[in-house]
Design a protein around this ligand. Structure first.
Ligand SMILES: *[C@@H]1O[C@H](CO)[C@@H](O)[C@H](O)[C@H]1NC(C)=O
Ligand SMILES: *[C@@H]1O[C@H](CO)[C@@H](O)[C@H](O)[C@H]1NC(C)=O
Ligand SMILES: *[C@@H]1O[C@H](CO)[C@@H](O)[C@H](O)[C@H]1NC(C)=O
Ligand SMILES: *[C@@H]1O[C@H](CO)[C@@H](O)[C@H](O)[C@H]1NC(C)=O
Length: 581
């Protein structure tokens, strides 16, 4: 009886423990355009900081937790991104750009250390360990690619006042890194359900890396309840991707895009030249493309993650309530009051599917307008000098925007600070409020430039500067030197919103690497030919077939020796003859 009672108590304890969930996951789908879909996956868990320090990790991935403890890292942000977010047609970025990095890999962290040297050492430990964990070249973030931003980044966690003074912010980027499936697998392994159940089961490398734009992020930060010592370590993992619906629907065994058959072409019949063999394709902007979860992601959702018991609906879709959406059996639909959001509660062990039939679009969910449009490009010409131009537009008719523009340039791109100019609506005006500049040192560190700019409503700022290209050493060029060098994106910070420009490709004066190769090939050929000729002359002797059998090795050797002697004596004779003459 007592045993039964204690078992009951134990079970009750288990139930109360599991009803307080610290793990949350959600997928938000948002059609951006009739044929594009934004899918945002969000995974979050909280672990008490006290138990984390005693190596009791709970939902926090142990591999990452041990790295953070070893490198004394208090806050970490890691980003893997590909593609370009088209702000003009897609609107504001998901999460206000806060979960997004520049093209390639971007990492920034607050490391606790007493001196700068100690912080550098711990940063090195961190980048090397993360490099192994995520199969990415993070170990290439050396001193030339590391900066210490002053104005652009603020810690987002709650740090104790006593440790705040010992925290060092380090930031590194790898714009050249190609994000690929080998980075997704370790990313999924950090999740409590490891991509086997719940929304993470939809993530598949083939679809993710085929997206028009994608970003994976990991953020680790401590959060404390105000006024108490009860702190949690929060890890948030997100994956955002913009999928082309038509492209995703293509079957995997037939991945090559083919022209649409004639009968399926939608033509604009109002054009005068429209006929059987002339067609002006009709813009399908008023027709929503038909899609379902399994068409887009390759398979349907495999139940829910049993650890996500916080009661949040795992799948939400942001479309007007007037639009038809069919969900599979066992799912409960919840519509919210805004008229645009509906979420689905899912039956735990059944597969889940959503189907959106093709339909006329009468109403669209509004797109949020970004605070700033930014684009950056190279200007100038020639192999020696160049320039960079950033065009920043504030679309708001009423509000001015105060932002920090940060560039971290490689050392071989030597910036001339006196050429830095900001023009507003084509006029020179003093709009740079504050500037931080750290010049480059050859082969030691890159240039760091941060400028705070106030841009008035409805205006465009053009920021330009000139630079000089350095000549590299022969061994410093990458194997594909003629491709150019990737320049990290500029980071624009507006309070809690951040925007990144695209990366740039800088062509440097490149020596002709095929020249030494040609010389080596030519000399080797000449040497091989002359060696063969002389060797032949020395040892080859023509004999009759029947004579050949009688020869043994010693005889051959003797004969070869005799041949050498004969050759030398002949050589001497000709020498003597020449002398006599
Ligand atoms: C983690 O804690 C924060 C702050 O207390 C809370 O806002 C958040 O919802 C929690 N997350 C989970 C998954 O419980
Ligand atoms: C940024 O902060 C403001 C005010 O603190 C808040 O209203 C807004 O939702 C935040 N934006 C994002 C993207 O978090
Ligand atoms: C930490 O510092 C901030 C600002 O300097 C202050 O408002 C806050 O009270 C301090 N907190 C503690 C616990 O000392
Ligand atoms: C914004 O600027 C453009 C040209 O500079 C002007 O035509 C337009 O009226 C302005 N809009 C507002 C709301 O001020």
């Amino acid at each position: 009886m007592r045993q039964l009672l204690s078992l009951l108590v134990f079970l009750a304890a288990l139930c109360t423990a599991s009803s307080v969930s610290d793990y949350h996951e959600q997928l938000l789908l948002r059609p951006l355009h009739p044929s594009l879909l934004l899918a945002s996956f969000n995974f979050q868990s909280n672990t008490s900081l006290a138990s984390f320090e005693q190596q009791n990790f709970r939902y926090f991935p142990r591999s990452l937790g041990q790295i953070l403890q070893h490198a004394n890292t208090r806050e970490l942000h890691l980003r893997f991104s590909l593609g370009r977010w088209d702000a003009e047609s897609w609107g504001a970025r998901p999460w206000g750009g806060a979960r997004e990095g520049g093209t390639g890999v971007e990492l920034w962290a607050w490391v606790e250390a007493e001196t700068d040297e100690e912080a550098d050492g711990r940063w090195l430990t961190l980048t090397n360990a993360l490099s192994g964990l995520f199969c990415a070249s993070l170990n290439f973030i050396d001193s030339t690619r590391t900066t210490r931003p002053v104005m652009s980044f603020q810690p987002s966690g709650d740090h104790k006042n006593s440790t705040l003074s010992d925290l060092h912010l380090l930031h590194g980027t790898l714009p050249r890194e190609v994000v690929c499936t080998e980075n997704l697998t370790p990313f999924l392994k950090l999740l409590p359900c490891k991509g086997k159940a719940g929304i993470s089961s939809l993530l598949d490398g083939h679809k993710l890396f085929d997206a028009s734009w994608q970003s994976m992020s990991i953020d680790v930060r401590p959060i404390c309840n105000a006024g108490s010592n009860d702190c949690q370590l929060q890890i948030t993992q997100t994956i955002d991707m913009v999928l082309d619906i038509q492209r995703s629907k293509r079957p995997r065994d037939n991945p090559i895009p083919r022209p649409v058959p004639n009968e399926e072409l939608k033509c604009d019949t109002s054009k005068p030249y429209n006929s059987d063999n002339a067609c002006f394709p009709l813009d399908a902007a008023d027709q929503e493309e038909e899609w379902s979860l399994s068409q887009i992601f390759g398979h349907s959702l495999k139940g829910t993650c049993p650890l996500a018991t916080d009661g949040a609906d795992p799948v939400c879709i942001n479309i007007p309530h007037t639009r038809h959406v069919y969900a599979s059996e066992g799912a409960h639909e919840h519509k919210d009051d805004s008229g645009y959001m509906r979420c689905f509660a899912i039956d735990g062990d059944k597969d889940f599917e959503i189907v959106l039939p093709q339909q006329e679009i009468s109403e669209k969910a509004p797109l949020e307008e970004p605070l700033l449009y930014a684009e950056r490009s190279f200007i100038g010409y020639g192999q020696e000098r160049g320039g960079v131009q950033a065009i920043l537009t504030n679309p708001s008719p009423t509000n001015a925007v105060d932002f920090v523009y940060m560039e971290s340039l490689p050392w071989f791109m030597k910036l001339y600070l006196h050429t830095l100019k900001a023009k507003i609506n084509g006029l020179d005006e003093d709009i740079i409020k504050e500037m931080y500049y750290r010049p480059a040192l050859d082969r030691k560190r890159g240039t760091q430039l941060e400028v705070r700019i106030l841009i008035p409503a409805n205006s465009t700022v053009v920021l330009t500067y000139d630079f000089e290209k350095a000549i590299l050493r022969y061994t410093e060029y990458p194997p594909d030197a003629n491709r150019g060098f990737d320049i990290a994106p500029a980071v624009i910070t507006i309070g809690n919103v951040s925007i990144r420009t695209t990366s740039l490709l800088l062509p440097l004066p490149t020596p002709d690497f095929s020249m030494p190769y040609n010389v080596i090939i030519l000399t080797s050929t000449v040497m091989a030919l002359s060696f063969g000729f002389i060797f032949n002359l020395l040892v080859r002797r023509f004999v009759a077939m029947d004579e050949g059998d009688k020869w043994d090795v010693r005889a051959v050797r003797l004969k070869a020796l005799a041949a050498v002697k004969r050759f030398l004596s002949r050589f001497r004779k000709t020498e003597k003859l020449e002398k006599k003459e």
